[in-house]
Design a binder for this molecule. Structure first.
Ligand SMILES: *Cc1c(COP(=O)(O)O)cnc(C)c1O
Length: 234
C-alpha cells in the first residue's frame, strides 16, 4: 500500500513539473485515479493519500465498491463502455462525469432515464481517434455532429471530449491523435453555448504526451496502483 502513496506523490510532482515546463502551471488539471479491479481498501487508501477523483469502467464493479467506501471523493468518473440496460444502476451511483458516451442511441436512453427522475448529467463524448476496431468511441468524422445533437438534450451537459491513445509501448505514436482531438475540441469550444472545458486524454504510459498536446484530464491506473489482476473471470 505504501507504494501507492509514493506513486501518487511522485506522479503529482511529475505532473506539476511538466505543467511548469509547458508554461501551464496555473491551469487546473484533473487527475482521475483509475481504480478498476482494485479493492475497496485500496481505493480508500488512495483517497486518503491525495486522489480526489476515481474512475471505474464497469457498472457492476462500481455498484459493488462505491457504497462500501469509507472515504469521500470529489468525483466519480465512469470511463467504460456503457450498456443501455445498466444506465439506471449507473445513475444510482451519481456519477460526476460519464466520459464514455459514444452514440446517439445511448445518449437518448440516458436522456430518457434522467427525464424520469428530473435529473441532469454531465458527460464527455468518447472519440475513437485512432480508428482501431477494438475500441469504443464515435469516429472522429462523426464526433462534432454527435456533440451538437446531444447538446440539444435538456438533461445532458456535454462538457468535452475523451479519447484513448494507441496502446503502443512508444507513447509518441499517440501524439498525432491527441493533437487532432485537441484541434477538434478547440473548434467545438469556440462555438459551444455552454461550458465545454474537459479534454480527457492520457493514461499511465502516455500522459506526458497528452499534456503536451493540451489534455486537462488524465486517467491514470497502473502508474498509481501497479499492474491489474483481472483474475480468471475476465
Ligand atoms: C483502464 C483505463 C485507464 C487507465 O489505464 P492505465 O494504463 O492503467 O493508466 C484509462 N482510461 C480508460 C478508459 C481505461 O479503461
Amino acid at each position: 500500500m505504501q507504494d501507492i502513496a509514493k506513486n501518487i506523490a511522485t506522479l503529482k510532482e511529475e505532473i506539476a513539473l511538466e505543467l511548469r515546463r509547458l508554461g501551464r502551471e496555473d491551469e487546473e488539471i484533473t487527475l482521475v485515479g483509475v481504480t478498476k479491479t482494485h479493492s475497496v481498501e485500496t481505493v480508500d487508501f488512495a483517497l486518503r493519500h491525495g486522489i480526489r477523483h476515481i474512475g471505474e469502467n464497469k457498472v457492476q464493479e462500481a455498484m459493488r465498491k462505491l457504497p462500501m467506501l469509507s472515504e469521500s471523493y470529489d468525483g466519480f468518473h465512469f470511463i467504460g463502455h456503457l450498456q443501455t440496460n445498466k444506465i439506471n444502476q449507473l445513475l444510482s451511483l451519481k456519477p460526476t462525469l460519464i466520459q464514455s458516451i459514444d452514440s446517439l442511441h445511448l445518449a437518448e436512453k440516458l436522456h430518457r432515464a434522467l427525464g424520469r427522475t428530473n435529473r441532469t448529467q454531465e458527460i464527455l463524448v468518447q472519440v475513437n481517434v485512432t480508428g482501431e476496431e477494438s475500441k469504443s468511441g464515435v469516429t472522429f468524422e462523426n464526433a462534432p455532429e454527435l456533440v451538437w445533437k446531444i447538446a440539444s438534450y435538456s438533461t445532458l451537459y456535454v462538457r468535452g471530449l475523451m479519447t484513448i491513445g494507441k496502446l503502443h509501448p512508444d507513447p509518441e505514436v499517440s501524439r498525432p491523435y491527441f493533437r487532432q482531438l485537441k484541434k477538434l475540441f478547440d473548434e467545438i469550444k469556440k462555438e459551444f453555448p455552454g461550458d465545454f472545458d474537459f479534454l480527457s486524454m492520457g493514461m499511465s504510459h502516455d500522459w506526458k504526451i497528452a499534456l503536451e498536446e493540451g489534455s486537462n484530464m488524465l486517467r491514470i491506473g497502473s502508474r498509481i496502483f501497479g499492474q491489474r489482476d483481472y483474475g480468471d473471470n475476465r
